[in-house]
Design a protein around this ligand. Structure first.
Ligand code: AHR
Length: 604
């Protein structure tokens, strides 16, 4: 394997090459990275209708002691549904009667940690409410507090800190009373006081995102696009109506809204890529003749992100705590909509309006230009691939013959799936790694790439496989996640050409990069075959700077190519690092069968 590491033949990889795609699928956001513990906090899961769907809220008590129903008496005009609780018992049980919320398949409550409870309450008569964190059957009390509520005809906002005196991974929040009467509840929120940067995100999941060093964050979909109304997802959380994701079929309270996505991009150091609806959903299309209000809506969203703090929408952002604009430089006009009747017409309306208002914004078309030119202007085009491992392995040359003149490719969704994907197999990760070496090689025409989907809550795996698996308190990376960590140094690095002469070359893929200002050179080799492969590596252009001291080999492999990670064995297929004592411009390596090796050469 020959690496030409001379500057003369090197090419800089775009700064943006590897990033992440976040989609509200598999409860990735609600019940996932967004740290809200209460599910359906506004009793609004049925939308503005009454009776609303209050699932997963339940009652504590029986028909003779308590009656609950939704009505439209909320103090919030955009989410009018509230819960009316009527306590019927004169002599209520000592523990009281009331309601409880089990969160998203149980709340993770941890010993010594503080949880912030906020709720809106209305009670015509003075009443005492007991708020508690308990085990799933209510038998173990982890934290409790009594809150007096004065009788009034108005709603009151109550806030209470609860400090846990025990750990339980499947806890619930209870609100009880022993007093007969009527109490209304709305917008009941419970969040750990300890979220990433205090911005409401689950720290350990964000840290897995950070470990990928993502250069961009594409959001919010994917297939939830038509239900995501940015305007309804901003402002005070209590006032957000929430929405039912029509593609992945679950309710979210939209605590994780447009503003929070922008904040997340900033926290990750990733460029935000806003995928907005272009008037087309799975079943409906807005005629281009009627698209103007949609275009205006998107221009407003851009003003919200980028406008000065005294602009109409920029001032809303500033009021939410971010006077500085968010640097939105990329937008995608729809998702997987190319070929639909009104796509081209609608696209051009959005394109022209955005180009005029924000000339620096790069626009992404849904139409694939990898093998033929587009019939409309675009800075980038979207490319999605979900296929079997052999096909994806061979797709390392997918962009070899693409035109070098047109828009750049944004491979915003790629993964091995179905037959040989397992629930995230080593095999899948090897094919994906090979595909990424091809993207690096073609990074003169491929500007960005992201795996999909990124997250899955193990209790709701709508889509399989995914890169990061979690439940209320645990998380692990699939081999596809770990594979991506070995590419995290690539964005912005110098790419070097490689030639492989081997009887095994059909099952090998490789790429090489260096960082000019740093001390490292990385050579990644995937052995997709079932035989070990011995290679002589010969690098030219490193000027004898390779230093064995500090050089390492990091290998992802396992005894069975279908091996996966799991909660019980999260480290079965993970990168294993060792010293590379024979590191030199010329060196002999043996690649394990079904393996991905990254040789990180320290340069003197
Ligand atoms: O990421 C899973 C889905 O795949 C996305 O919603 C959609 O864009 C694609 O079909």
């Amino acid at each position: 394997l020959k690496v030409d590491a001379s500057l003369q033949h090197a090419r800089q990889i775009p700064d943006t090459l590897f990033g992440i795609f976040f989609e509200e699928i598999n409860h990735a956001g609600a019940g996932g990275i967004w740290a809200e513990l209460v599910s359906n906090r506004g009793f609004e899961a049925g939308g503005p209708h009454t009776p609303s769907n209050i699932d997963p809220w339940s009652i504590i008590g029986d028909d003779s002691s308590i009656f609950v129903a939704t009505d439209r008496t909320s103090c919030f005009s955009r989410n009018t549904v509230a819960l009316r609780m009527e306590v019927l018992c004169d002599n209520c049980p000592a523990g009281g009667v009331g309601i409880y919320n089990p969160g998203f398949w149980g709340m993770n409550i941890e010993d010594g940690k503080t949880y912030n409870l906020v709720m809106y309450v209305k009670s015509p008569e003075t009443v005492e409410l007991t708020v508690s964190l308990t085990s799933s059957d209510g038998s173990q009390n982890l934290a409790s507090s009594t809150i007096p509520v004065s009788g009034a005809s108005n709603w009151t906002k109550l806030e209470q800190k609860l400090v846990a005196k025990g750990t339980n991974r499947t806890s619930r929040l209870q609100i009880t009373t022993t007093k007969k009467g009527v109490v209304w509840f709305d917008q009941v929120s419970l969040m750990s006081a300890d979220t990433y940067k205090g911005h409401g995100f689950r720290t350990e999941l964000i840290s897995m995102m950070l470990d990928l060093k993502p250069r961009f964050l594409r959001f919010p979909g994917g297939g939830n696009r038509n239900a995501f109304r940015w305007r309804e997802s901003i402002g005070p959380w209590e006032e957000r109506p929430g929405h039912f994701g029509d593609v992945w079929h679950y309710w979210t309270d939209d605590g994780l809204g447009y503003y929070e996505f922008l904040q997340l991009s900033e926290d990750l150091g990733a460029a935000p890529i806003w995928v907005f609806n272009n008037g087309i959903s799975h079943n409906d299309e807005v005629d281009t003749a009627a698209i103007a209000p949609f275009v205006k809506d998107v221009l407003d969203s851009l003003e919200f992100a980028r406008g000065s703090a005294d602009s109409t929408w920029g001032s809303v952002r500033a009021a939410m705590g971010h006077p500085e604009p968010f640097p939105v430089k990329y937008v995608a006009i729809g998702n997987e909509d190319c070929g639909k009747k009104f796509y081209r017409g609608n696209y051009l309306k959005f394109y022209n309006a955005i180009r005029e208002a924000y000339p620096d914004i790069q626009m992404i078309s849904n139409c694939d230009a990898s093998s033929r030119p587009l019939d409309h202007p675009a800075d980038l085009y979207d490319f999605h691939v979900y296929t079997d491992s052999k096909t994806l392995f061979s797709m390392k040359s997918a962009f070899d013959r693409s035109s070098r003149n047109g828009p750049k490719a944004f491979v915003s969704e790629y993964a091995v799936w179905r037959s040989d994907a397992g629930r995230g197999s080593l095999l899948a990760s090897l094919a994906e790694a090979a595909f990424l070496t091809g993207l690096e090689k073609n990074s003169d025409v491929v500007q960005m790439a992201s795996y999909a989907p990124l997250f899955v809550n193990n209790n709701d795996q709508t889509w399989n496989p995914d890169a990061i698996v979690f439940n209320s308190w645990q998380q692990y990376g699939t081999p596809s996640y770990w594979m991506q960590t070995l590419f995290r140094e690539s964005s912005g690095a110098m790419f070097h050409p490689i030639t492989i002469t081997s009887s095994y070359s059909g099952s090998l893929a490789a790429s090489a990069i260096t960082w000019q200002d740093s001390e490292n050179s990385f050579l990644r080799i995937i052995n997709f075959g079932s035989d070990p492969v011995s290679l002589t590596i010969s690098a030219t252009g490193l000027q004898a700077r390779v230093n064995a001291l500090g050089s390492t080999a990091t290998v992802i492999t396992s005894s069975n190519v279908m091996d996966e990670n799991s909660f019980s064995n999260p480290n079965k297929v993970v990168p294993v690092k060792s010293q590379l004592s024979n590191a030199a411009e010329q060196m002999q390596v043996t690649l394990a069968p079904h393996s991905f090796s990254s040789f990180d050469l320290a340069l003197a």
